[in-house]
Design a protein around this ligand. Structure first.
Ligand code: PAF
Length: 281
């Protein structure tokens, strides 16, 4: 495994590997089993696995969140090595955003402006879209791997890849969960033991909605109320519980096709998101 710090070093390292398939796994580091799942998916399909580690300042709406974001490069590189990564690109901020940088990739409409876009501000998905575009153009991979936990991020990336005709296949891997159902996230390390226990209410709320929908409840407001009740019983007041079309992110009037159930909630000071899709999309 080699570790490079610049896009030109990455391109040089990839130049004699273009005959085979190249997979890209973009990360912000603080790797956990969820990232390992993405790396394994790429290792199983691609001749060369490229992973990036970059804590992207442009997508953080709160400076305190950026400052508190865990930075664990040594452990991340060890995990990458174990998972058979070939090349790690770990640039600094000046490499990604050099002086004079003035370009933003901005996806508009409900997929970028509602839910996470509304809570975290317009800049969040602009930051994600811009850095993902840069990373795709840096590596020019055949496939790029993302987790389904960030459902809205996935929708934004699908949109920009289609709109900019970037020649890459997106591979979306199922949400990786701990044994108690909590979605794996780099932020979980910030939860106290008591918060960690309460946070289980988030997957429980999603399961409750799934079970109720399977039992025939199709009114989104009734399903939403069930999820909120489960969360509140654990002392969690959600930022949102939303039932939306998984492609357009428009609210649904009835659950009679694929519906994304998305939750964002703070447990203590840690902001967590999770989702599930009803109707088998
Ligand atoms: O999901 C993430 O870790 C980040 O949003 C990504 C895709 C690496 C862009 O910074």
């Amino acid at each position: 495994m080699i570790v490079v710090r610049t896009v030109s070093e990455l391109r040089a390292a990839l130049s004699d590997r273009r005959g085979g398939a190249i997979g890209l796994v973009p990360t912000m580091g603080a790797l956990h089993e969820g990232h390992a799942t993405l790396l394994r998916a790429s290792r199983a399909q691609d001749d060369t696995v490229v992973m990036t580690i970059f804590v992207n300042p442009a997508q953080f709406d709160e400076q305190s969140d950026l400052a508190a974001y865990p930075r664990t490069e040594d452990a991340d590189l060890a995990l990458a090595e174990r998972e058979g990564v070939d090349i790690v690109l770990a640039p600094d901020a000046a490499e990604v955003y050099p002086p004079g940088f003035a370009t933003t990739v901005s996806v508009t409409g409900p997929i970028a402006e509602t839910l996470e876009g509304a809570e975290r501000g317009r800049g969040h998905f602009d930051g994600v879209a811009t850095v993902v575009t840069k990373l795709l153009l840096a590596a020019l991979p055949d496939r790029a791997y993302f987790g389904a936990k960030d459902a809205q991020q996935v929708a934004v990336i699908r949109r920009l890849v289609a709109d900019l005709a970037i020649p890459v296949a997106l591979v979306i891997c199922p949400t990786s969960r701990d044994a108690d159902g909590l979605a794996r996230s780099s932020r979980n390390t910030r939860l106290s033991p008591e918060e960690r226990t309460r946070a289980r209410a988030i997957p429980h709320a999603l399961q409750n909605v799934t079970d109720a929908a399977a039992a025939g409840i199709s009114d989104p407001e009734a399903l939403r109320a069930r999820a909120v009740a489960v969360l509140e019983a654990s002392g969690i007041r959600p930022e949102y519980v939303a039932l939306v079309d998984p492609v357009t992110f428009a609210p649904v009037a009835r659950v009679d096709g694929p519906v994304l159930v998305a939750i964002a909630a703070r447990v203590g000071s840690t902001r967590l998101i999770d989702n599930t899709v009803l109707g088998g999309a």
